[in-house]
Design a protein around this ligand. Sequence first.
Ligand code: ADP
Ligand code: MG
Length: 361
Amino acid sequence: LTSSLRSGISSSDALTSEVRLPLGSRGSEMGTELNGAPVITAVNLRKMYGPHLALDDVNLEIPSGAVGILGPNGAGKSTLFKCLLGLIKTTSGEGTVLGYDIRTEGDKIRSRIGYMPEYDALDPGLAAIDQVRYSGELLGMNPAHATQRAHEVLEYVGLKDQRYRKIETFSTGMMQATKLACALVHDPEILICDEPTNGLDQRAREFMLQTLRRTVSEGGRSVLMSSHVMDDVQDVCDRIVMIHKGKIVVQSRIDELAKQVDREIEISIWGGASRMQAALEGRGFEVRRLGRVIRVDRVDDNTTFVILEAAVEAGVQVRQMQEYEPDLEDIFLLIMDKLGAKVKGTSELMTESHTGGGSPE
Ligand code: ADP
Ligand code: MG
């Protein structure tokens, strides 16, 4: 899946390699300025909508770079962003963005952060160029500068040829790109994108993710993006924050995420899967089985030996045995499953590619 995604992206790379990055180069300067300090912090941040607890004592320390906020619908992602931007009043707790207090310095925060909201923030009757220029002026840019920047950022998001068209004629992908241009117009240090790929077709989605990646890798900016799809986050981010029912449940580098779940061994056998299951259960394993593919937790180095013993007892032939490498989607679902979030049952995690497409006996 990941490799097919990547090849898709490299093909669109060719289309955009000409487009100059409209971001002043400040990668290294930013590093010194921030001195490795987190760009965003939250301490016991709580948000209630009336009696409804939307953020439950959130503690965060987000370093510069690309961070994905992942969680099912209603988890509190949008609420978190609005609190960080100082757009809504928090109930209790505190937080900072680039050192500014989210409770009292929202205007300073918003002048240094680009925000791409989840829902439509566009005026359908305006041409894209006017919409983006207007966003710049609202952020305090003078009209000439805002106009110049509007041209640059619209080119960056792939709308150079469409910039004089009215937004009401745009596809969802073009509207999302326009929202991104509005968020970038004042050359912010941090870009906060709320579900930037929502409603996009594959091509528009790849372009959006690629643009966000470039903003980090070439522009040296930080990106905080939310999604309910692991794939999107995996593609852009090096860190992840998982949120569930208003609580932060995981805060980790993506490459360390696999450590959060138990390793499993996957066994393919010929015949007698039920006998094999019984033999494994007799040895204390909890067995996950789909047809002739069986998975058990890898307890220690001895686990493979115990599995072979069980196979001898059951009189079955082991065709293949390997440590099962969960992909990030699996890990996300496993973590959500442990928390009781009804995202998907564990058995559904055994996808066709894991069973070799064989029919159950
Ligand atoms: P997400 O962006 O992860 O889908 P939200 O932050 O939009 O989640 O919502 C978190 C919870 O707060 C949800 O249960 C939602 O129904 C509730 N909520 C969001 N905005 C409001 C609001 N303005 N008034 C009351 N409840 C809200
Ligand atoms: Mg949301």
